[in-house]
Write a protein that binds this ligand. Structure first.
Ligand code: PGA
Length: 252
């Protein structure tokens, strides 16, 4: 059975003491919460991974990185490798976030390489994708998403999919306060699961967790999460306050 997952993407927010306080607050909020088949993940910045890992060590909260470089080592100033992440106990990495695509020019060719490097090092990948506003307005969102998934991930074999989580994040909904309606999310998630089924068969499709992201918050999480193909969320703004993130987690 696929897991439900609520992941918090802290983006470029919180210094070390703020990250520590947020992680402590979250652990505290969740201490009496029973998480049935539900994983909770937070993704602080690289410099705060070690601190947050230490704070969450004996809790249900897992820690992910927000990005990594595709090469193993070498002259790539400012970059972080998969092995560096695993060496500090990180088990999951977010790849292909729309902000990485928009501001750092990441595309499917690069993301296929990053995915391979992550999986080769035993990291789980949360692969993000989603259409921009104009693509939704011209009703091309399914073609866009199909390209984003197939070109970055369809070279993988079926076994690799046990370490892939998909995160559908319509770009027009990220940080804008606009959310896809629960029905729009369900429609896209069902389409995505269908793509995976066509390529890899029903078993792989049924076992992959597909998260929704984009202005998901305490007031709308329950409705979005109630949809059968929505297996949780990737949460930005609402993950920056322990109380709000805990409320989103409880919604699942
Ligand atoms: P948001 O961000 O929840 O602030 O819209 C989501 C994301 O970028 O993952």
């Amino acid at each position: 059975m696929r897991s439900k997952i609520v992941a918090g993407n802290w983006k470029m927010n919180k210094n070390v003491s703020e990250s520590k306080a947020l992680a402590e607050g979250l652990v505290n909020e969740l201490k009496d919460v029973t998480l049935e088949n539900t994983r909770v993940i937070v993704a602080p910045t690289f410099v705060n991974l070690t601190t947050v890992t230490a704070v969450t060590e004996n809790s249900a909260v897992e820690v992910a990185a927000q990005n990594m470089h595709q090469e193993a080592s070498g002259a790539y100033t400012g970059e972080i490798s998969a092995e560096m992440l695993t060496s500090i106990g990180v088990k999951t990495v977010i790849l292909g976030h729309s902000e990485r695509r928009e501001y750092f020019g990441e595309n499917e060719t690069l993301l296929a390489k990053k995915t391979d490097a992550a999986l080769a090092n035993g990291l789980e990948v949360i692969y993000c994708f989603g259409e921009v506003k104009e693509e939704r307005e011209s009703n091309t969102q399914e073609a866009v998403v199909k390209k984003q998934i197939s070109e970055a991930l369809f070279h993988l074999d079926a076994a690799a999919w046990s370490n892939i989580v998909l995160a559908y994040e319509p770009v027009w909904a990220i940080g804008t306060g606009l959310t896809a309606s629960a029905d729009q999310a369900q429609e896209m998630h069902a389409f995505i699961r269908g793509l995976i089924a066509d390529k890899y068969g029903a078993d792989v499709a049924e076992n992959v967790s597909i998260l929704y992201g984009g202005s998901c918050k305490p007031s709308n999480a329950e409705e979005i999460f109630s949809k059968p193909d929505v297996d949780g969320g990737l949460i930005g703004g609402a993950s920056l306050k322990a109380e709000d993130f805990a409320a989103v987690i409880k919604a699942i």
